[in-house]
Every structure is written in C-alpha cells, then in structure tokens.
Write a protein that binds this ligand. Structure first.
Ligand code: P6P
Length: 341
C-alpha cells in the first residue's frame, strides 16, 4: 500500500486547482459544489437502502409538474435544502419538487449564487432499481438583485450564464460528473473513505455515433424532422445514413446522458407536434440547461431542434423544452433536418 494508491486526487483538490490555477470558480462556488456533492452522498445512501429504509413508493402528493411524488423525491429535495441553507454562499434555491423559489432564511448569511436542481431525476425507475440521479445547476445572482429580495425572475437566465453544472448518478457505481467551464470531470465515490475520487480528468464525447435514445412510443406525436431522422436510423446500411443503429432508452435522463458522455450517442426527447402538445417533457432550468452545459463542455452539441438550448431565454421557472443532445455530428444532422423542414 503506497500513499499514491490510497490518497488519490479528489473533488476538493480538483476544485482548489480550478480556483487557484484556472480561476474558474470562486471560494464561494467551490464550497457550494462540495456541499452539493456531500448532499448527493446522503441521497445516494438513502436510495441504496431501498425497501430496507422504508423510502420506496409514492406519497399521495403531487409536485408542480402534476406528477405523483415519490418518497425519495421529497427526501432528496429536503436533503439538498438542509445541506445548502447554512453555508452563506447562496441567495436562493429552486427545485423541480417545489412550486416556487426557496429563499435562504433570514437567520443565515446570504451569498451571490443561485442553485437549481432536480433532486432525484428518473423517479419512475426508483422502485424498479434502475439508475437514477441528481441534476444541479449554479447561476450568479444578477447584479441588480444583489441588494434586494431574490425573486423568481432572477433565476430566468439563459444556460450560457451557468457558473457550474453537474449530476450525481446512483447506479452500479455512485459517480459525480461536473463542469465549472473548463471541460467535464468525473468522480467515483469511494464509499469506504466517503471521498469523491477523480477517475476521469476530461470527458470527451465521440463526434459520431450509431446509437440513438428516444421513447419510440411517442412516435405518432413527433415532428417530421424527428420522424425522418429515426426512419433513416432504422433503414440501416441501405438507408441514407449507411449503417446500422442501436437503440437505448433507460427513461432516466441522468443514465442516458451518462452513457452518451461515456461512449457517444444521441438523446432525444423532442417537442410534440400536436397543436395542444407540450414543448417537450424535460424542464429547461434544471434538466436541459445543466445537461447541455456538460455536453457542450465535453465537445457535444445540444439543441431544442433548431436552437442551441444554452441560448434560450427562459420565461418560466418550470418551463419545458425539446431536447436533442449528444455526439456533435449526429445532432448537427438532426438540426439540418429541422432546417429543411
Ligand atoms: P418517459 C424521468 O421522469 C424523466 O424526466 C427523464 O429523466 C427521462 O429522460 C424522461 O423523463 C423519461 O420520460 O416519457 O420515457 O417516461
């Protein structure tokens, strides 16, 4: 046993180096990210207990999305709120599980950052033991809001303004994948040490792929360019794309995006073609934006069909958006299909 084999670079060292050498994060944001990572350890611990912890199943409550809340959804949300309230580096938080923003209580000091999260994404997979995760995004308090009470509109910033973004994935391994604007790093939780060990310094997404991820049961609701692209994938070597494609759909965005960051691919949850249809299922502020920041930092591309997601000006905290992200050349093809109509 040598010191190197025991003491590997961990999240703290990575963030201190980012702060000191790359100046990508302030001390405030570094503490915030370490606090979020610690909360994710607690969430992963609760998730791993499953039936033994009495945390499976649903409550008889619904969230602002009109979705039945799982016990773990609410527990994960509470863990993130409690972990982040006292640190003094936040002004407010917003969550998929809360109707509106959560201001830092007056008895705690306030900071100049905003934290948004989907505390447990992929909830439909919780009770069937499939990988799920926590998605988070960090914004700065707008200068004009520094000396007043934070309002919901202060969160409505385009994704390009994110200071940091990442996710924890609770799967065979518990991992944290993070960007502070200098590429994407991956950490694996050493559960004996309780340490997030740096296992991939810089993730890059292969520019090409032959693997698509979409929920095929929605096919009749897709817009024409999406239908054309999937038909082309299914046409195989004789088709316009000239090769066979594989399909994956885990119905847990964190797991699908993690696969794409790891081996490439294209993930699609497109907006709906029906006049009354939704703009998509996924939420812009705490799902599409953080995942788009990660994907772009890893050399991929992320659009709503025609527009770069990170450029979208939000109008509501819980607004939905179509999401097409992953290997750059594949997403660019789908963008061209949308341009051609
Ligand atoms: P569907 C999970 O509920 C989620 O928000 C994402 O994690 C996932 O990609 C999507 O919904 C799955 O949706 O309609 O296939 O169940």
């Amino acid at each position: 046993l040598t010191s190197e084999s025991v003491l590997k670079k961990n999240l703290t060292q990575y963030l201190v180096e980012q702060q000191r050498q790359k100046k990508t994060v302030t001390a405030d944001v570094r503490l915030l990210l370490e606090t979020v990572a610690r909360a994710c350890k607690a969430i992963g611990h609760a998730v791993s207990k499953g039936a033994l912890g009495g945390v499976l199943g649903s409550l008889d409550s619904e969230n602002v999305q009109g979705e039945v809340q799982k016990k773990l959804d609410v527990l994960s949300n509470e863990i993130l709120l409690e972990a982040n309230e006292w640190g003094g580096n936040l002004a407010a938080m917003a969550s998929e599980e809360m109707d509106t923003l959560h201001r830092i209580p007056d008895y705690y000091p306030k900071g100049e950052n905003l934290l948004l999260f989907d505390p447990l994404d992929g909830s439909s997979n919780i009770d069937v033991n499939v990988s799920i995760g926590t998605i988070f995004s960090v914004l700065s308090v707008p200068p004009e809001a520094r000396d007043r009470v934070i309002e919901e509109q202060d969160f409505l910033q385009p994704g390009v303004r994110q200071v940091a973004a990442g996710y924890a994935i609770y799967g065979p391994q518990t991992m944290l994948v993070l960007t502070v604007g200098d590429g994407v790093a991956a950490f694996t939780l050493d559960k004996e040490m309780g340490s997030w060990v740096l296992t991939t310094e810089r993730i890059t997404i292969p520019e090409d792929t032959s693997e698509f991820a979409i929920n095929m049961s929605n096919m009749r609701h897709w817009e024409a360019p999406v239908k054309r692209y999937i038909d082309d994938c299914l046409a195989g070597p004789e088709g316009p794309l000239g090769k066979n494609y594989n399909m994956r759909w885990i119905a847990s965005m964190v797991a699908d995006v993690h696969r794409i960051l790891t081996r490439g691919g294209i993930f699609m949850y497109p907006r709906d073609a029906r006049a009354s249809g939704r703009k998509g299922k996924l939420r812009l502020m705490y799902e599409a934006n953080p995942m788009s920041f990660l994907v772009e930092q890893a050399g991929g591309m992320s659009i709503d069909g025609t527009q770069r997601i990170l450029d979208v000006q939000p109008t509501e905290l819980h607004q939905r958006i179509g999401v097409i992200l992953g290997s750059r050349n594949e997403v660019e093809r789908v963008r061209q299909y949308h341009e051609q109509g």
